[in-house]
Design a protein around this ligand. Structure first.
Ligand code: TPP
Ligand code: MG
Length: 171
């Protein structure tokens, strides 16, 4: 969902940021490696990613020592695939949780430590804004933001319903 949320909710601006998305055939594979490639030799770069997408390419961290530049990874950790909460099958628990949401309980602090990468657990919006407000010139760090898949999906539905109601109103 992070790429979709950016598409839905990021207001237009004139900051001149360059945006890359790793779509391909919709694969979540290779996301970290792509971001490291984008960051290499370029301006300080931010990767906004889900937890499963990051884990799918965890060994991408092996190329961190060769990175020329900086990458800040913001991982929205909702402990599984939140995108699937938007499918009709989401009503069918416990099969939904096991086979679609695919929950995981990886300790990202320890995963990062294994690769020698800095990790920060960010527990409030202001903290996140402060940490990405000034990007480092070199190195890789992971900023972990924990969220709740079910609550996120319900909140998106509420926002979309409000927008639809505004559009349906008198012009
Ligand atoms: C290689 C590959 N395997 C499986 C999928 C199916 N798939 C699409 S999104 C997704 C889960 C993404 O989870 P996460 O990165 O945690 O993001 P969230 O939906 O929670 O925001 C999966 C498994 C895929 N797109 N590519
Ligand atoms: Mg997720």
């Amino acid at each position: 969902m992070p790429v979709r949320d950016a598409e839905y909710f990021w207001p237009a601006n004139d900051r001149g940021l360059r945006v890359f998305v790793n779509r391909g055939a919709n694969g979540i594979d290779g996301t970290l490696s792509t971001a490291l490639g984008v960051a290499h030799g370029n301006a300080p770069t931010v990767l906004l990613t889900g937890d499963l997408a990051l884990l799918h390419d965890a060994n991408g961290f092996l190329s961190v020592p060769r990175l020329g530049g900086s990458l800040t990874i913001v991982v929205v950790n909702n402990a599984g695939g939140g995108i699937f909460n938007h499918l009709p099958v989401a009503q069918f628990d416990p099969l939904f949780e096991k086979y679609w949401a695919t929950p995981q309980t990886v300790d990202f602090a320890r995963l990062c430590s294994a690769y020698g990468v800095e990790h920060v657990l960010v527990d409030n919006p202001a903290g996140l804004v402060a940490l990405i407000g000034k990007l480092p010139e070199s190195g890789v760090r992971v900023l972990e933001v924990r969220t709740d898949r079910g609550r996120d999906a319900a909140f998106r539905k509420q926002l979309f319903a409000e927008v639809a109601a505004m559009q349906a109103g008198p012009v």
